[in-house]
Design a protein around this ligand. Structure first.
Ligand SMILES: [Zn+2]
Length: 125
């Protein structure tokens, strides 16, 4: 799905959606995975905020398929697991500036730092 289609799915463009998109895309990139047609991927989300809509679109993990698990820990954290490779990625965001900038940092589940990436400036709204 394109980002425009994800905005349509969510109903609006917002910082939480953009951050969720970045986090999900980074986790998918590090897993070298493709959007789940069925249940190839499993996602665990620790909040029920806007970014989860982006995660569903990017990863193909949905409540309906049963491969989107929600644990209400109140953290802006996604964990994505690929059944085929038996590997996973944990993605979270660190806010350097609560108003304008988020830095998404993705760690391998084995605690190995894979990539520190993507600073995204919001606030052009
Ligand atoms: Zn939103």
């Amino acid at each position: 799905m394109t980002y425009e289609e994800i905005i349509q799915f969510h109903g609006q463009e917002c910082p939480g959606l953009a951050m969720g998109y970045r986090m999900a895309a980074a986790a998918m990139e590090n897993l070298e995975s493709f959007r789940a047609e069925d249940e190839e991927l499993v996602a665990l989300v620790e909040n029920d905020a806007c970014g989860v809509d982006a995660l569903q679109c990017v990863t193909g993990c949905t409540f309906g398929k049963g491969n989107l698990l929600f644990r209400d820990y109140g953290k802006h954290v996604f964990t994505l697991y690929a059944r085929s490779s038996r590997s996973g990625e944990r993605a979270f965001a660190i806010f350097a500036d609560l108003c304008s900038t988020a830095f998404c940092v993705v760690y391998h589940m084995a605690e190995r730092l894979i990539t520190v990436l993507r600073s995204t400036t919001f606030g052009e709204r």
